[in-house]
Unconditional design. Structure first.
Length: 207
């Protein structure tokens, strides 16, 4: 069995500050949907500067030294190449069994999938979690598909498997489901994130 390799630690305070500015915008509201999850086996104390509260706050001095948030998780590419490390979850599980029914798909080759919004005429419904990780394209500005899905699957797996990860699986699901179709995620009563801001936060937690 392969063992995850931690990315090299590095000074990311400028990145943290940049992400904080990007994540502090205010948007509109949308409902948040939660899923039923397995209990996480080990709970750790997430570094404050990598939590949502830490990203929103300009003062982290009272919460210890900031760490490189990108060292906390593993990337979509890593999880795509190591489905044997997903246990107790299966890479063949349907995406819609965890997240919203967001996608349809076409198989391009054994390792590459094309993803489109659910209900797209002529596309196959119900991709698996691995199909979404194998998807190509969908980079900004097309955040609703499929790059946000790749980031969500990786973040969901990180939330279960990675110690000290600052998100729970329920939070990852809620964030994706709130924004994938153009809505916004409630950070607090006055700050709401759109898909771009959720994507920025997901990506800040792995490299």
């Amino acid at each position: 069995m392969n063992t995850p390799i931690e990315p090299n630690d590095q000074d990311t305070r400028p990145l943290i500050d940049k992400q904080r500015r990007r994540l502090s915008k205010v948007g509109l509201a949308a409902p948040v949907v939660l899923g039923t999850l397995l209990s996480r086996p080990v709970l750790g104390a997430a570094p404050y500067n990598c939590t949502i509260s830490g990203q929103m706050s300009g003062n982290v001095s009272s919460h210890g030294e900031p760490v490189s948030c990108a060292t906390l998780g593993l990337s979509p590419g890593y999880w795509k190449e190591h489905p044997n490390l997903w246990s107790p979850f299966l890479s063949t599980g349907l995406f819609k069994s965890v997240f919203a029914n967001a996608y349809a798909f076409k198989i391009r080759n054994p390792t590459t999938t094309d993803i489109a919004p659910a209900g797209t005429n002529g596309w196959t419904p119900d991709p698996t979690l691995l199909h979404v990780l194998q998807s190509r394209g969908g980079l900004r500005p097309n955040l609703n598909y499929p790059s946000l899905g790749r980031a969500a699957v990786a973040s969901w797996l990180n939330a279960y498997h990675r110690p000290n990860y600052p998100l729970t699986q329920a939070e990852v699901i809620a964030m994706f489901n709130a924004v994938y179709n153009g809505g916004n995620y409630y950070v607090n009563a006055s700050v709401h994130w759109d898909a771009s801001q959720v994507m920025t936060y997901f990506e800040s937690l792995y490299s």
